[in-house]
Design a protein around this ligand. Sequence first.
Ligand code: MOS
Length: 758
Amino acid sequence: MTAAGLAPDGWGPGSRPDPLIQRESRLLGTAVSRVDGPLKVRGEAAFAAEFRFPGMVYAALAFSTIAKGRIAELDTAAAEAAPGVALVMTHRNAPRITPLPEWYTEGKAVAGDTLPVMQDDRVHWNGQPVALVLAETPEQADHAASLIRAGYRAEPPVTSFAQAKAAGLSPALHYGQPLRTEIGDAEAALAAAPVRVDETYRTPFQSHNAIEPHAVTLAWDGDELIVHDASQAVVHTAWSLAHAFGLRPEQVHVSSPHVGGGFGAKCVWSHHILAAAAAKLAGRPVRLSLSREGVYRVVGGRTNTEQRVAIGARPDGGFDAIVHTGVVSMTHHSPVSEGFIASTGHLYAAGSFKLTVEAAHLDMLAPTFMRAPGAAVGSFALECAVDELAGRLGLDPIELRIRNEPETDPTSGLPFSSRHLVEAFRAGAERFGWARRDARPGTRREGEWLVGLGVAAACHPYVRLPGGSARITLTAAGRATVDVAAHEMGMGTETTTAMVAAERLGLGLDQVRVRYGDSRLPGSIMAGGAQQTAVIGASIAAAQRELVAGLLKLAGHDSPLAGLGPEQVGGFDGGLGRLDEPSRFESYASILDKAGLPQLSVEASAPPSLELAHWSMHSYGAVFCEARVNAVTGEPRVSRLLGSFDCGRILNAKTAASQFRGGMIMGLGLALTEQTQFDERTGRIMNPSLSEYHLPVHADVPEIEVMWSELPDPHAPMGAHGVGEIGITGVGAAVANAVCNATGKRIRDLPITLDKVW
Ligand code: MOS
């Protein structure tokens, strides 16, 4: 029998480790199937575009065909006369809407950009919605939208990267702070280094392609707005829509019980605001389900990057200097930029660093977060450069990394809370058969195929944003309900939340119910930055502390627990027991029955994330790839992929493995196929469909092995680091390094397509 005592009320210095990191746990770390799985298999999980309201109409959008200018004419007569049409909304009749403030203003704003939505005749990007049609059926709405005719007074846009760079760069910002770290004189150290690489790497625009396109089904009820959304931030979305329409946040109710993938894109975009505005104007509930093309026009993605990585080393491989600088595209109406230096300052010991990101401004759709923002593409450049340097030094690339393993965080100076990257490399190398790699490129051939092995490090920051709260309601029947405004986007949130709560409370998994995905639940939690699980876990820990204190008070003098303080007891076997003397025990049912209470409900907030001020905290991984390149056509294929991860305690072996594997598949897309074709003449995205934007399909995805260290971080809630974004990180470089090992050809420009090979 194991008991989970109370978690600390903070994770700062001096706090004892969370009891949930114990390895003999009944539940944590085991492979538990999704508790929401049966609902999904039966088709009973309702997604945003499956909710209905009586009298609902369907929306379709017409998009601008220029990148910048004014709408000179807008002929809506044919659309208005088309069958089934209830309303055509343009800037001429749209209600007044307040533009949203910058990302994360007041910890709440989550709009992709700060532009006014359909408030004037200005066009800011090619694909901006210029008209919205409401009709009785989706087909009638689509047809009517196709009849809208717009004429423009075009102005010269900035739509080429070269032109934008020539017009001047500004520091790229991340949450308002410039992305810049300088330690020592890295350029001078680089110039003096006996061995160096100094190369430029490029990554393209990428678009979001969640399996569920963005959708809202919404209705006004007097002054209240009810929204069924596909959201990774329900409370933030309610706040943002309230701001746009001049309401109090509690007047907007956002529900999003199931989401078909988010990856950073399921926040607020203009379709939310347009749907709510049109519903108001028409006096009818509205469903706006973006077409796949609509997602490309309305929802931002990852911008292109042009990165210089220069590393200066001594002959023994020790780094004297790391320079990682470059330019990303950005708009004037979004503060979000692709911060590719996210991990560079934390991976390797080096005498000096120069890390900066600058932005070039284009007239285009606002970019946004996309899985492992910054790190996914930054690790491509950095980890290719490390591989190139290893070649020049004649050192094994893993050995070179181990020689530069830092003792403390090389740029912040903080101690690492928990870091086992070297072990992850060693375990992965063993499992993958790295010793069989021949360092000489182009030496292994099987028929027409050249075969190579490559490796890369992955690193993604641990985050725990403020705002976490949870409510636990315990009944006299010994069951618990956990209420938390969190999100299930397919990654297993409901399951890990139930597991963590069951473990803390000493209940079975089937005795815990989790309610989530609703802005009226406690907390203001974002499913982003791979931090949702940490926030939920810290919130549940706080609520359990309150619950234990409340139960001990109720237990009274005749309880076996009489006289014990909250720190001395833990939850197990459906009740509270003394940690060091489990026979002193009283069941939850007994405590509540004696007190005459059918249930006890407590709500508490997670403490501030003190752990981040005292330790350098990251998820880590070592990614191994076997690539095959056709000697005749240059076609690259990945035949084996292995991820060896170090992310602290793994809570659910099954859903964590799926997170790792899914991230690695997204990394394959980044490496080999994904590219938004942004026409630099017109600013138009030319491939807005899954037939032309190439995501890896089953035939592209090899066997993927994942493994992990399972070593808990004593300073993190549950000992766990995020597993959502580390999987994609490092894959681009592992593939490029394998392709180089196979062919001798170094490709520094993603995606690696056959035309670039020979
Ligand atoms: Mo992730 S890009 O923070 O959803």
